[in-house]
Design a protein around this ligand. Structure first.
Ligand code: 5AD
Ligand code: SF4
Length: 441
């Protein structure tokens, strides 16, 4: 549908993982740099970017229904629609063919070209860019100007692991590490723009490698140590890690770098060695648990998080029980759990023994009940303790603030504070998803 007046306002809707949230922020900055402004809450935007996720479920179908809704709601003033993210990467040509309302399809490695592609769309030329050049995108993005106290920084992208259920190696491509120098200057810019905490992002963030200004080889631990030298950066986190890329140095960093928060997101997916093998995870339940012990030895209060898949093809009741045993042995502070979803083009989608939906539902419910119990127990164990909370935003009630504990728990409190402060609280009550505290005296 040709649009004649250039878009003045935009809305970027990001789905899925934190890397998509980061990409969505960068796309918004790119559009703002070209003079567009963000559409207000409830306001129609002239340009809508659907920043999609392809990891589970009927992601593509959801994109088509979102497009349909935008067209219907807009009537003859329907917005210009761009589809970005992993569905764009995986199904770009199909989207163009099936949805004439879409003007631009842009993959996760090409979104720096979004403004240019929008300009082409204005001239009636719909375009698709799903090229995957290494690192061209980042160089073309504008400097970061305004961010909240907790900011994301993508340091690594892509994945070479090829777990048999996962679409990421196909949509995000091979592992690449952004160079140390550009990360240092982006981190400095984030801190200058108000960030007090930076979460380093990557599909396999602990596979990051680079070299410092003197050419010394660095791993993720070295990067963390260097960033910790920025005086106004108070907290560092990283996610998501793969068990096979954990180094002794990273474990030691949890003991040696006070700014590195005591939190580890280390997906395991299953507690059954047979299932892990079929998933091509190349670690066992035992080696995973042994790894957690080493993190605990370095940082005894470390909070653990993980990802789980139930109903992988061929998973038996007994194998699912092994997942529950691993959960019980670990005591997660929080975790994500999903029903297996066959992804077209992945090896597991063609495996025998696809598990019926009712069985998956029941397993997911049992797993989530166990994880919720552990999460509440973890939060309750914090009661009466003092803890530093990074203030992120105002709460709903007057004088109320919301922030995060070092263990990534949401904490609210009332009193004098400002966004970006770290305040010391005594934790007084705990629910499954948040805690409340009072200023410690
Ligand atoms: N089905 C269900 N869950 C999946 N994940 C990745 N691929 C699939 C799939 N096909 C989950 C894994 C991964 C998280 C990001 O998403 O648990 O760690
Ligand atoms: Fe997907 Fe496995 Fe790579 Fe994680 S490590 S992104 S689950 S292929």
């Amino acid at each position: 549908m040709p649009v004649t007046t250039p878009p003045q306002t935009y809305r970027v809707k990001s789905f899925g993982c934190q890397m998509n949230v980061y990409d969505g922020e960068r796309m918004a900055e790119l559009l703002a740099e070209r003079g567009m402004s963000a559409a207000g809450e409830g306001e129609d935007a002239d340009l809508v970017v659907l920043n999609t996720c392809h990891i589970r479920e009927k992601a593509a179908e959801k994109v088509y229904s979102d497009i349909g809704r935008l067209v219907k709601a807009g009537g003859d003033k329907a917005p210009l629609i761009a589809v970005a993210g992993c569905v764009a990467q995986a199904e770009g040509e199909e989207i163009m063919a099936r949805a004439p309302a879409v003007s631009v399809v842009v993959g996760p490695q090409a979104y720096h070209r979004l403004p240019e592609m929008i300009a082409e769309a204005m001239q009636g030329r719909r375009s698709t860019d799903t090229e995957m050049p290494a690192d061209a995108k980042f160089a073309a993005l504008p400097a970061r100007r305004r961010v909240g106290p907790s900011a994301f920084l993508t340091v690594q992208e892509g994945c070479d692991k090829f777990c048999t259920y996962c679409v990421v190696p196909y949509t995000r491509g091979a592992e690449i590490s952004r160079p140390f120098k550009v990360l240092l200057s982006e981190a400095e810019a984030l801190v200058e723009a108000g960030a007090r905490e930076i979460t380093l992002l990557g599909q396999n963030v602990n596979a990051w490698s680079g070299a410092d200004v003197r050419g010394r080889a660095l791993g993720l631990d070295g990067l963390i140590e260097e960033l910790a030298k920025l005086p106004d950066l108070l907290r560092i986190r990283y996610t998501t890690s793969h068990p096979n890329d954990v180094t002794e140095g990273l474990i030691e960093a949890h003991a040696a770098v006070p700014k590195l928060m005591p939190f580890l997101h280390l997906p395991v997916q299953s507690g059954s060695n047979r299932v892990l093998k079929a998933m091509n995870r190349s670690h066992s339940a035992e080696s995973y648990l042994a790894l957690l012990e080493r993190f605990r030895a370095a940082r005894p209060d470390i909070a653990l998080s993980g990802d789980f898949i139930v109903g992988f093809p061929g998973e038996t009741d007994a194998e699912f029980e092994e997942t529950l045993s691993l959960v019980a042995a670990t005591g997660y502070a929080q975790a994500y759990s999903f029903k297996y979803s066959p992804r077209p083009g992945t090896p597991a989608a063609d495996m025998d023994g696809q598990v019926p939906a009712e069985v998956m539902d029941e397993r997911l419910q049992r797993l989530q009940a166990a994880l919720n119990r552990d999460q509440l127990a973890f939060n309750q164990a914090s009661l009466g303790k003092r803890c530093d909370v990074l203030v992120e935003r105002r709460g709903k009630k007057p004088g109320q603030w919301l922030g995060k504990s070092p263990w990534l728990q949401s904490v609210h409190f009332t009193g004098d504070a400002a966004i970006g402060d770290i305040v010391e609280l005594r934790l007084e009550s705990a629910g499954p998803n948040s805690l409340s505290g009072v200023r410690a005296v």
